[in-house]
Design a protein around this ligand. Structure first.
Ligand code: ADP
Length: 337
C-alpha cells in the first residue's frame, strides 16, 4: 500500500542489537509485547536490551540486557515491567542527542517503541535525526490510532468496563435509578461505545458526536411519567458536554425527583490481566516488529487490518478522531428502544 522505498532501509545495515521500551500511557498487554520482542530477538541471535521508563530511561541510560528469563511469567500481567513515563526532555533535540549517544555506546542499532501516537511522533523525530531504525507497536487502551483494527490494551479495558457496568446495572435495576458511568477516552469514544453497547446502555455519549442533553432529559421525563425510571448512560471522559459529573448535574436540575448516581470507573480500566485477544495481538505485533527490523523495514508502526499485518509510516501516526460510523449509533438507539 505504501511505497516500499519509504519503509525499507539499506539491507546492508542489518540490525544486531535492539532495544525495547514502553512509553506514554500504559495499557494491558504491553508485557506480552515486550516478551514477544525479546524472545523473537533472541531467537534470531540478536542482543536485546530493555529500556526503562520510556524515553526518560533512554536519556538517563537506564538500559538493561534482557534474556529469555527476563520475560518469563509476564504474559498474563498488566502494566509494564519496563515501566513507562512521559518525558519532556525527549521533546528537545539535546535530549534526543543524549538518547542516541546512549544507544550508540552499546551498539544498539534498532528500537521497538510500544506506546501511543505521541510516542510514535517522538520515534519519528528521533529516527529522522539519527540512524536508528524504529518500529512502533500500538499500545493504547483508547484504540484511536488509524491504520490498525486493534491496539494493545483496548480489549482488556473494554472488558473491565463491561464487568464493572454489569455490576452497577444490577443495583441500578434493583433501585430504579439512573446511572451515569464515565469511562476513559479523552479524545475517542471507542471504550464508551463498545462497553455501552455490550451492557445495553440507553445512551452513550462520545467526543465524536455532539451530545443532545435535551433529548436525554425528554426521554427520562417520559420514563418518570411511566414510573420506569431505570436508565444507563455511559459517557466518555472527553465528551463535549463534559464528563459524568457535568451530565448528572444537569440531569438533576431538570429531574429533581429522580435518583441519579454517578460512577467514574477511572484507572481500573488500565490495569488487570490482559485479555486473550490482547495477549495474542501483542505477541503477533511484537514478533513482526523484530521481523521488520531484520528485513530492513524501518520507521513504521505495526498494525493489524483485516487480519493482516499493516505497516504504517510513523509520520502518519495520527489519532482517528471522528471516524465512528453512524451505524454504531443507530445500533445504540434501536437496541435501547
Ligand atoms: P502516548 O504515546 O500514550 O500518546 P504521549 O503523547 O504522552 O503518550 O507521548 C509519550 C512521550 O513521547 C512524550 O512524553 C514524549 O517524550 C514523546 N513525544 C511525544 N510527542 C513528541 C514529539 N513531537 N517530539 C518528540 N517526542 C515526543
Amino acid at each position: 500500500m505504501y511505497l516500499s522505498f519509504l519503509i525499507f532501509q539499506d539491507m546492508s545495515s542489518k540490525v544486531t542489537k535492539i532495544g525495547v521500551l514502553t512509553s506514554g500511557g500504559d495499557s494491558p498487554g504491553m508485557n506480552a509485547a515486550i516478551r514477544a520482542v525479546v524472545r523473537t530477538g533472541l531467537y534470531y541471535g540478536l542482543e536485546v536490551y530493555g529500556i526503562t521508563r520510556g524515553y526518560q530511561g533512554l536519556i538517563e541510560d537506564d538500559i538493561i540486557k534482557m534474556n529469555g528469563r527476563s520475560v518469563a511469567n509476564i504474559i498474563q500481567r498488566g502494566g509494564t515491567i519496563l515501566k513507562t513515563a512521559r518525558c519532556m526532555e525527549f521533546m528537545e533535540q539535546e535530549g534526543r542527542q543524549k538518547a542516541y549517544d546512549n544507544l550508540k555506546k552499546r551498539g544498539i542499532d534498532g528500537l521497538v517503541i510500544i506506546g501511543g501516537d505521541g510516542s510514535f511522533r517522538g520515534a519519528n523525530k528521533f529516527s529522522s535525526e539519527f540512524d536508528i531504525p524504529c518500529i512502533g507497536l500500538a499500545g493504547t487502551i483508547d484504540k484511536d490510532i488509524s491504520g490498525t483494527d486493534f491496539t494493545i490494551g483496548f480489549d482488556t479495558a473494554v472488558n473491565t468496563a463491561v464487568e464493572a457496568i454489569d455490576k452497577i446495572r444490577d443495583t441500578m435495576d434493583a433501585h430504579d435509578r439512573v446511572f451515569v458511568i464515565e469511562v476513559m477516552g479523552r479524545d475517542a469514544g471507542y471504550i464508551a461505545l463498545h462497553s455501552g453497547i455490550a451492557t445495553g446502555a440507553e445512551n452513550i455519549l462520545i467526543p465524536e458526536r455532539k451530545t443532545d442533553i435535551n433529548s436525554i432529559i425528554k426521554s427520562l421525563k417520559e420514563k418518570e411519567r411511566r414510573k420506569k425510571m431505570v436508565n444507563l448512560i455511559v459517557v466518555a471522559e472527553g465528551d463535549d458536554f463534559g464528563g459524568a459529573d457535568q451530565v448528572s448535574r444537569v440531569l438533576k436540575e431538570n429531574l429533581p425527583k429522580a435518583e441519579i448516581r454517578v460512577c467514574i470507573l477511572g484507572h481500573i480500566q488500565r490495569g488487570g490481566a490482559p485479555s486473550c485477544l490482547d495477549r495474542i495481538i501483542a505477541s503477533r505485533m511484537g514478533y513482526h516488529a523484530v521481523e521488520s527490523l531484520l528485513q530492513g523495514r524501518h520507521n513504521v508502526f505495526v498494525g493489524i487490518q483485516d487480519n493482516k499485518m499493516n505497516y504504517i509510516p510513523l509520520e502518519q501516526a495520527v489519532k482517528t478522531k471522528g471516524k465512528i460510523s453512524d451505524e454504531w449509533l443507530d445500533i445504540v438507539k434501536i437496541l435501547a428502544s
